[in-house]
Ligand binder design. Structure first.
Ligand code: AKG
Ligand code: FE2
Length: 276
């Protein structure tokens, strides 16, 4: 197995591996180490059936079903469909998740890793773009860094500041997603690395701040975080299985392709911890 960097910012590709066969402890340890170094790992040449995908995911953590029942596979509910004909959005052609976000931040314990496997790709375009939020924090001007020290943000499913269309939730799904708050800077257990933890799609307000002041600070933070120097854009190939550390990255689907072409992925998220 080889792990080769895909950019200077983050991301690496893993070659010479077949995850459908038994994955040894050593291999899982090497991949975990690679993920912690590169934040985004692309294992090339996989085509995992949903049950195999869940079995592989279990080697890295505990798979959790995503909130929206409509998008889950019925036989393997830990696997959700991510499609440009998304069931929870009414099934009409549209690019889903095209604004910067981190997955699952409307939960008290957001997913640690997300695993996304290409099923059907458009002929060209439709990359997934990533931001390294450890690098964002490191490069942040000290004055901005000091102003966010100790602050927490309120995350809601249906935020006032939402940047993209949001799925309609069932009553049960609404009950499962009360507003939560998370620190703006989080420290990863184990490595002790710090990352900016923001979700422009879900953050409603800085906890304890009024809307105009909160909006001004959030706009400033987003402007800084969205700079291209913190980004890696993943160009999908058939057989790609991409794993990212959802605690210290953001991502979005790139809407630059012909929406008449189908784009379908399978997704598994792994349970995470309360951000600290
Ligand atoms: O479709 C993509 O490129 C990204 C989808 C996404 O945001 C996700 O699976 O969490
Ligand atoms: Fe996402």
């Amino acid at each position: 197995m080889d792990i080769l960097p895909l950019s200077n910012v983050m991301g690496a590709e893993v070659l010479g591996l077949d995850l459908s066969h038994d994955v040894s402890e050593d291999l899982v340890a090497d991949l975990s180490k690679g993920l912690s170094k590169y934040l985004v790992l692309c294992v090339r040449g996989q085509k995992l059936a949903p049950e195999t995908f869940v079995r592989v995911a279990r080697r890295f953590g505990r798979p959790k079903a995503s909130l929206l029942r409509q998008d889950r596979l019925s036989e393997t509910p830990e696997v959700s469909i991510v499609s440009n004909r998304q069931a929870s959005m009414g099934g009409k052609p549209m690019v889903h998740a095209k604004a910067w976000h981190t997955d699952d931040s409307y939960f008290a314990k957001p997913a640690m890793f997300t695993m996304l496997q290409a099923i059907t790709l458009p002929k060209r375009g439709g990359n997934t773009d990533f931001i390294n939020t450890c690098a964002v924090l490191e490069a942040m001007p000290s004055n901005l860094r000091q102003r966010i020290e100790g602050l927490r943000a309120i995350h809601t499913y249906q935020s006032r500041r939402n940047l993209s269309a949001v799925a309609r939730r069932s009553d049960q799904e609404i009950a499962e997603t009360p507003a939560v708050d998370h620190p703006l800077v989080r420290t990863l257990p184990g490595s002790g690395r710090q990352a900016l933890y923001i979700n422009p799609n879900r953050i409603e307000r800085i906890l304890g701040w009024n809307e105009p002041e909160s909006d001004a600070l959030l706009d400033e933070l987003y402007d800084f975080a969205f700079r291209s120097e913190f980004q890696y854009s993943h160009e999908w190939r058939d057989g790609d299985l991409v794993i990212w550390d959802n605690r210290c990255t953001m991502h979005k689907a790139n809407a630059d392709y012909d929406i008449a072409q189908l784009r379908v992925m399978h997704r598994v998220m792994l349970e995470g911890e309360v951000p600290v």
